[in-house]
Design a protein around this ligand. Structure first.
Ligand SMILES: [Zn+2]
Ligand SMILES: [Zn+2]
Length: 263
């Protein structure tokens, strides 16, 4: 389903090619971007996400799925990869990987994007008449509502993905749908840029909000469409339908969260 492409990082060696250390009869034309060794084309491993390395680096585990969260706790580079490299992240998602990790990420993103800054602002406010009830409300939102809305968003989004890929393609496993929907929560850092704009009432602010929301829909839609095409066997012309369905379903819990605030 995934066509590995020879990436540009591995360049044919321009000079005379020495023999491959493993295959004496073959020219070592490729330089491994991981270790710098020259190998023949039989010693190059192409990962589904477009990266390549020599067999030794692959055996040593250096050819890894490019989502830092799968190997550690680097939330910033994970969000960046999910936002800017959806073909690699959502198109080559490994089937046998942890669902729990994706779910923790899905809760961590809104927490780091909104809750932590709000807590810092709240803690910095030195109003002696601080309302204890407001403190309880804030704690309920931060500890209860945000994780609940995030996990509900992942579950509904995954359900929509499973339904959509089954309706218009070959379908995808619940495990993959949950992982894709979990990592798609990275897009919830984008509305963070809207919040400061909302405070200043102007046409420029409104235009900024529209631009950010449009970016949210386009980036998340692209990621989910890529997933549906590569993992769900959905025809390219139908991937936008799946993406729209997933976007609607996964936005529902956040909408119900925001409505009382608007009231
Ligand atoms: Zn190597
Ligand atoms: Zn070789």
């Amino acid at each position: 389903m995934i066509e590995p492409q020879r990436p540009s990082v591995i360049e044919a060696h321009a000079e005379a090619h020495p023999p491959c250390p493993r295959h004496a009869d073959r020219a070592a034309r490729f330089e491994c971007p991981r270790c710098g060794d020259y190998r023949c084309d039989q010693c190059v491993v192409d990962a589904p996400w477009g990266e390549s390395a020599c067999v030794a680096c692959d055996a040593a585990g250096r050819l890894r799925y490019p989502l830092a969260w799968e190997h550690g706790l680097d939330v910033v580079s994970t969000v960046r990869a999910a936002l800017l490299d959806s073909n690699a992240v959502f198109g080559a998602m490994p089937e046998r990987a942890s669902i729990a990790r994706a779910l923790v990420f899905a809760v961590a993103v809104p927490w780091l994007a909104w809750v932590a800054p709000m807590v810092i602002v709240w803690a910095g406010a030195t109003d002696p008449a601080r309302d204890p009830e407001a403190t309880v409300d804030a704690a309920v939102i931060a500890l209860g509502w945000v994780p609940t809305a995030s996990l509900a968003s992942v579950a509904l989004g995954a359900g929509a993905l499973m339904f959509g890929t089954r309706a218009w393609g070959d379908g995808c496993s619940a495990r993959l749908a949950l992982r894709a929907s979990g990592y798609a929560q990275a897009m919830w850092v984008l509305p963070m840029f809207v919040l400061p704009l909302v405070c200043c009432h102007s046409f420029a602010a409104l235009a900024g909000v529209v631009v950010v929301l449009a970016a949210f829909v386009v980036i998340r839609g692209q990621a989910i469409a890529t997933f549906a095409r590569r993992h769900g066997g959905v025809r390219a012309s139908r991937t936008r339908l799946v993406a729209a369905l997933e976007l609607l379903a996964s936005s529902a819990p956040w909408g119900s969260f925001l409505l009382p605030l608007l009231w």
